[in-house]
Design a protein around this ligand. Sequence first.
Ligand code: G4P
Length: 281
Amino acid sequence: MNFQWYPGHMTKAKRQMQEDIKLIDLVIELVDARIPLSSRNPDIDELGKNKYRLILMNKADLADKERTREWSAFFKEKGFFVVSLDARSKSGMKSITDIVMEACKEKIERDRKRGIKNRPVRAMVVGIPNVGKSTFINSYAGKACAKTGNKPGVTKGKQWIRLNKSVELLDTPGILWPKFEDQTVGLRLALIGSIKDEILNVDELAVELVKFLKAEYPGLLAQRYEVSEENDIIELIRAVAVNRKCLSKGGEPDYSKAAALIIDDFRSGKLGHITLERPEI
Ligand code: G4P
């Protein structure tokens, strides 16, 4: 899913989130592990204040494991519970409930002291478009979980998914808008494929990616495309066109096709595990 946001969308999404957040104990915020900061909207910190907080660094299968560890430490330092994840795989899901319980243990203890038993923790999933919210909800909830439907006293129209006796999840995720007015953030969102390619200049995007890879992951491009990283960036992309037979109709090396290939290889993980930003410590 690609996104286009207008002020009207943002106001509506924010208002919806303000309403939904009143109903829950825990905010489960998904970020993209390749751009953990650029895929966040800091407004969630204001919207989610007084709530327990869990950050899921999703698409960790595509990210640099060392950086993911650094980001995990960074968020933990700020008081979040953190899990790195591939939401498409159901295997890591069992441990999520343990962390949800751990994150909400104050509330569970408070309820216990007041004699309230079996009141499940309520959570909602939030994040920018395409970060994997629906995939996560499907993997976490699975097919076996029946929706609880509308209950008396529960806001009309809200559906809760009962995950087990301890946790309920709001079935519709909250959508956050990214900070795309920031150029660097916009570039990173474009690189991971969150902004329509039709409105982007893919040639320029590839230049930025190659510049970054040469500096941060030296040797990677040379290895995959058998090109010299000593070349300047335009020459390097041309060399990829030649080596990978990205040709125009006339049989000439096609720079744009090579640019698109490099970007596709990055997005699909064929270039390796890459994270585009480091935490500032
Ligand atoms: P959203 O609700 O936040 O908008 O995101 P959604 O779940 O629709 O996921 C967006 C895309 O990201 C999907 O790919 C999904 O398969 C993929 N995805 C979600 N989680 C992960 C993950 O942990 N790792 C990887 N590598 N990909 C993930 P798609 O191409 O749009 O659809 P499809 O290929 O699954 O059909």
